[in-house]
Design a protein around this ligand. Structure first.
Ligand SMILES: [Zn+2]
Length: 232
């Protein structure tokens, strides 16, 4: 009986995935996507713009943020980098995962950080289901492969829902994420690299770092694709 139920649930889940992809296909047919950078129709981020992104010089902007041993971003959040992060995060432009992760790897190479494990900044489970993926998780997996390091998304969880930081004033951001994360005991004795898409006030990274340190992580670093501020 249990086996039948499991098999029925598996079939339903496969049907759900199939139905979702048919839905996506129909939506694309009726409302074709357009490139998040140049606007050309039929692409979420076209090949020309991806080439431009790949050749965009690395800026390696670093910043000192409380509770973290080092923080850096691969460039300023404007022009093509801002468009790429938005398309990747909100418009399913997963073809950007490779070029964006390559920027992170190059930026990390410039730091003298001793990292044991890579951990993505988690989304709340509800938001991950709604979006279908966690953009920081995808970047973390590729960065970990590039550096030959383990990636452990389950070591840090978002234990309560929060409003989207991008929609809040700087002064409200810290309160919004206060106590929102919980780390697993496995982080004890490890130097952790947190991966996020954008660093704005640093509030999310600080809260993640506090949760990791509460479980005795020895060092916490943060890396992101872009930042709206210039830090050198
Ligand atoms: Zn384009």
């Amino acid at each position: 009986m249990t086996q039948h139920l499991a098999s029925a649930s598996n079939t339903l889940s496969k049907f759900g995935t199939f139905a979702a992809s048919v839905c996506d296909w129909l939506t694309d047919l009726i409302f074709p996507p357009s490139c998040g950078n140049c606007g050309i129709v039929d692409y979420r981020f076209c090949a020309d713009c991806r080439d431009q992104l790949t050749s965009l010089p690395l800026e390696a902007l670093s910043k000192s943020v409380e509770s973290l041993d080092g923080v850096c971003a691969t460039g300023k959040q404007d022009s093509i980098l801002e468009a790429a992060v938005k398309s990747f995060k909100y418009h399913d432009a997963l073809e950007l995962c490779d070029p964006l992760a390559a920027r992170l790897a190059a930026s990390l190479n410039q730091q003298q950080w001793q990292v044991d494990t890579i951990v993505p900044v988690p989304l709340h489970a509800d938001r991950e289901i709604e979006r279908g993926y966690n953009q920081s998780d995808l970047l973390s997996q590729l960065l970990a492969q590039a550096r030959g390091l383990p990636c452990e998304p389950a070591w840090l969880a978002r234990i309560r829902g929060t409003s989207q930081q991008a929609q809040l004033a700087a002064s409200e951001r810290r309160q919004n994420v206060a106590g929102a994360f919980q780390a697993k005991a496995e982080v004890a004795g490890k130097s952790i690299l947190l991966v996020d898409d954008v660093i704005t006030t640093g509030s999310t990274l600080i809260e993640c770092a506090l949760a990791l340190r509460a479980q005795n992580a020895t060092a916490v670093y943060g890396i992101a694709i872009s930042t709206p501020h210039i830090y050198r």
